[in-house]
Design a protein around this ligand. Structure first.
Ligand SMILES: Nc1ncnc2c1ncn2[C@@H]1O[C@H](COP(=O)(O)OP(=O)(O)OP(=O)(O)O)[C@@H](O)[C@H]1O
Ligand code: SF4
Ligand SMILES: [Mg+2]
Length: 321
């Protein structure tokens, strides 16, 4: 197998409360140093609650946000944050909100042509042929090309968003909540389309969602994020059935239902820790029923638990837990 995407110690820290003159009030570490690999043709799901760093990670991967530390490699070659066109040719982003992610003043043809012109320098005839090919692949009629984004339904607009990402000829797509804004019936159509396109174009997906059931259904492997860090990663069919990390178990126990958002149970200590004042040890310790004194001292490292399963926990759960 070939590694399509390799992240090494990738992190992002934002200054917050910055005044016009003077220093920022504090720093928020949205993504902790994170290392992950995605194999060619694989779908890696990323799940986590709101604010755990999913979009920050996605934005770094497509060159929209410079990482604070770490490297991104595609097929063994590092991406240079100073060369956005290189990102564009290799890796593309599909946004959550399809309509507002398309420029309202441009026709769909103009939107589709931009990457072909800027990233590939194609002639008008080549662009036309490529756009027709991709529009057919995403089951959209060619007459739509001369319309504007507001003239489409959410499902159609997301097909256009996917078509735009494919036009750049990138083989890796970062799908950031690609179906969360759509009705459940339309979600299924878009998910089926994504599966077909993956086969047809030999794509690799990073599929981000807070919807556990969707992630479990579409992914080969799943990485669970908590407070900007990977707490568990493993095969999709195993990770929620036999969780090793207490946080993964908490998610799994909230009985996934397609289309239902990932929400922590009500009660005290259900919030993520304060990003301006993170705890010294495990970020999950305030919510964890298994927390010990050791857990509150230093963050647990991500360690292999069994074949292909990694978890960051001092007291990983056994299969009978
Ligand atoms: N530009 C920014 N400046 C300061 N803090 C930021 C910035 N962007 C994100 N953050 C913070 O980083 C953390 C992660 O945010 P991010 O948007 O990546 O989360 P998310 O997992 O995508 O959440 P959601 O599911 O709500 O989309 C949050 O604490 C957020 O407030
Ligand atoms: S390290 Fe400790 S507090 Fe953190 S999840 Fe594991 S048992 Fe719970
Ligand atoms: Mg997000």
């Amino acid at each position: 197998m070939t590694t399509a995407l390799k992240l090494t110690d990738l992190s992002k820290t934002f200054p917050v409360g910055k005044r016009l003159f003077g220093p920022a009030k504090g720093m928020v570490r949205a993504v902790q140093p994170l290392s992950l690999s995605v194999e060619e043709g694989e779908t890696l799901g990323i799940v986590g609650e709101s604010g755990c760093g999913k979009s920050t990670l996605a934005r770094m991967l497509v060159g929209l946000l410079p990482p604070s530390t770490g490297t991104i490699e595609i097929n063994g070659a590092p991406l240079d944050a100073a060369d956005p066109a290189l990102f564009g040719r290799k890796i593309q982003y599909v946004f959550q909100d399809p309509i507002s992610s398309l420029n309202p003043r441009k026709t769909i043809r103009q939107i589709m042509e931009a990457p072909l012109k800027h990233l590939h320098g194609m002639s008008a005839a080549e662009r036309d042929a490529r756009i027709r090919e991709i529009f057919a692949a995403v089951n959209l009629r060619e007459e739509f090309l001369d319309r504007y984004p507001h003239e489409f339904s959410g499902g159609q607009a997301q097909r256009i968003g996917i078509a735009r990402a494919l036009a750049a000829d990138a083989r890796i797509l970062i799908l950031d909540e690609p179906v969360s804004a759509l009705d459940v019936s339309v979600q299924a159509q878009v998910l089926n389309l994504l599966a077909d396109l993956k086969q047809k174009f030999g794509l690799t997906y990073l599929f981000i969602s807070h919807d556990l059931a969707v992630v479990e259904a579409v992914s080969d492997r799943v990485a669970v994020l908590y407070f900007g860090a990977v707490v568990e990663v493993g095969p999709a069919e195993q990770i929620f059935a036999q969780p090793k990390h207490p946080y993964t178990k908490l998610l799994a126990d909230s009985a996934p239902v397609v289309g239902r958002a990932l929400v922590a149970p009500e009660g005290r200590e259900t919030e993520l820790p304060d990003p301006l004042n993170p705890p010294p040890g495990c970020a999950f310790s305030a919510r964890c029923p298994y927390a010990s004194a050791e857990c509150r001292q230093a963050p647990p490292p991500l360690e292999q638990q069994s074949d292909g399963v990694w978890a960051a926990c001092y007291h990983p759960l056994s299969e009978t837990a």
